[in-house]
Design a protein around this ligand. Structure first.
Ligand SMILES: O=C[C@H](O)COP(=O)(O)O
Length: 318
């Protein structure tokens, strides 16, 4: 007898049986399909729309030990007005920073509509106790983070301790709650696909994160290679599509790490359109986590509008 979806995490054994019962990923098929979709070209008018959509989907990110208040303030200004000389350029979806910089980002972005995302849970390795991870999350939520980007415990996942990973995600989801806010901070669950070894594991980790309550599944921290590849993003998109069909709950997807060019971003949008359709072509359901993509989107946007590139000093540094 199959375990109902609501009960799959009743024990480590039921969870394992469920995750290992998911259909295996055809590796060659996934690579080929992602490659084929990655070669699709789009028309100029569609390209202009795609660039603006991609800008609206960017989680503008800085996750460096050397991040200063000044750098984060400058990034927030850019997030709200990517090109101050052109008010037709849309704002990005969110900025993404370390927990100690959330308060500053909230203040800098006040009223702009740009969300503040914070990494948490001993990012990027995730190697700490659950107590520390919950406290890390609570700090960011209390400082006003709209979104939490947590990392899964890859060590536990690869050792087959799926229940530990599930319970940790559920605990972090609980730490996202905020008094007077029905949903609390949105939880993005970073799988760090570059450490998961197989596409089957990417599918299993996607389901695990969604079953445990993740609002988004995210490929990578940006600190491990390979990061947001097309095949991995494809597998995660298929997972959210199948999860919606099975449970009625829609989950978002965020590829992050190594997305640097307009071409990279448009390939991602084609993948979304062809895999899960227009329902995910929205910043509420699809994000592009990137530290340096925005400038290229702005350059290509201007090239489309004017026929020429701005000089290299035109846009502020990412
Ligand atoms: O979440 C976003 C990533 O950390 C950014 O990675 P990136 O620097 O390769 O764009």
């Amino acid at each position: 007898m199959t375990t109902p979806l609501a009960d799959v995490a009743a024990s480590g054994a039921t969870l394992r049986a469920f995750l290992h019962g998911l259909p295996g990923v055809d590796r060659v098929g996934a690579d080929q399909r992602a490659k084929m979709l990655g070669t699709r070209s789009i028309k100029t008018t569609a390209k202009a729309e795609a660039i603006d959509l991609a800008i609206r989907m960017v989680d503008l990110t800085t996750l460096e030990g050397a991040d200063t208040p000044g750098k984060v303030r400058a990034m927030c200004a850019k997030a709200a007005h990517p090109d101050p000389s052109d008010p037709s350029v849309p704002k990005v979806a969110a900025v993404c920073v370390y927990p100690d910089l959330v308060g500053l980002a909230v203040e800098a972005l006040g009223g702009s509509g740009v969300k503040v995302a914070s990494v948490a849970t001993a990012f990027p390795s995730g190697r700490s106790s659950l107590e520390v991870k919950v406290a890390d999350t609570a700090l960011a939520v209390a400082a006003g983070a709209d979104e939490i980007d947590m990392v899964i415990d890859r060590g536990a996942f690869l050792a087959g301790d799926y229940l530990k990973v599930y319970e940790e995600i559920a605990a972090i989801k609980a730490a996202c709650a905020r008094p007077g806010d029905e949903h609390g901070a949105h939880l993005k669950v970073i799988l760090e696909t570059g450490e998961l070894a197989t596409y089957d594991n990417v599918r299993r980790a996607s389901w695990l994160a969604m079953l445990a309550g993740g609002d988004f599944i995210k490929t990578s921290t940006g600190k491990v290679q390979p990061a947001a590849t097309l095949p991995v993003t494809l597998i995660m998109l298929e997972a959210v599509r199948d999860f919606l069909a099975a449970t009625g709950r829609k989950v978002g997807v965020k590829p992050a790490g190594g997305i640097r060019t307009t071409k990279d971003a448009i390939k991602m949008l084609v993948l979304v359109n062809e895999t899960v359709g227009e329902g995910w072509l929205d910043p509420d359901w699809f994000r592009l986590g990137a530290s340096t993509l925005l400038n290229d989107l702005l350059m290509q946007r201007q090239k489309l509008a004017t026929g020429r590139y701005a000089g290299p000093d035109y846009f502020t540094l990412d």
